[in-house]
Design a protein around this ligand. Sequence first.
Ligand code: SF4
Length: 336
Amino acid sequence: MKRSIIPIFVPHLGCPHECVFCNQRKIAGTQRAPSPGEVRALIEEGLCASGKSPEIAFYGGSFTAVDRSLQEALLDAAHPYVRSGRVSSIRVSTRPDCIDGDILAILKGYGVATIELGAQSTDDDVLKRSGRGHTARDIADAANQVKDAGLLLILQLMCGLPGDTREKDVNSAKEAAALKPDGARIYPVVVLRDTALYERYRDGSYVPLGIEEAASVASDMLEVFEDAGIPVIRIGLNPTEELSNGAAAAGAYHPALGEMTRSRLYFKRALGLLSGASLLEAVFGVNPSCISLMVGQKRENIMKLQELFPGVRFKIKPAEVPPGRVILLENESKTR
Ligand code: SF4
């Protein structure tokens, strides 16, 4: 069941790192962390708007790198809602090098059940060129500590970072999947104004992935996670007014990027079922909720299949298969 989330944004005040794609420093200069009273008000507001037992999420930076007394004050404001059962649990997002046994014990004590780790890549050269300030080893260590503490783990990866290639991105997905997270997010790079990456983009020393290429690379990463049985809960930045009004200067910003990515994987899977077949008609079966993903935007997948297999009629029918899966309904296909 998809659980609704009450997001609470905590700017990473005084973040000591300088990730090239991040404009938190600028954001932190204009925004402040909510007070405990404001956290309570946001939760009450979220409870009115959401369904039963939502989850509270402290997003926006590296929660566990924020001053410890502020962390505890915010968690203290949220914890009574977990104790009373009005919210199911709390999740926080953070960096791999800001996790240790002490902080995990504190988080658990306040009802935190899920840690989202910003891994971004498992390639040390990409991490270095992106100014992340941690290594792939830190990611594995943190992931293992989170799991050993009995907390749920979500790994966030990016693609199209400086020094990245499709192979490196897919390898990052494989190495992340090997850590057995409970879920993953994939964020193709969006070049934000007022970032180091924006300057590199402007002087031509960094070229971001375009939207189509980003969807293609992300679909290869998605395939890795799905094949490993790991749900990918988000692909691409959430669209916001600010991003749409110019803050996203270049790169893979598109409100339907997730759909485009998932649709590409459907095409790849459908194509794999047809290789070597000689058909007059092919009927694909997909989960009823995924028919539009199989068809593709503006019927793109069907048109590409028709180009590759001229004269074949393609149909898509609902079938009792899990989301993401495609089957060929053989009994409705005719061989020549
Ligand atoms: S991405 Fe996170 S760690 Fe990197 S600069 Fe931004 S807030 Fe700091």
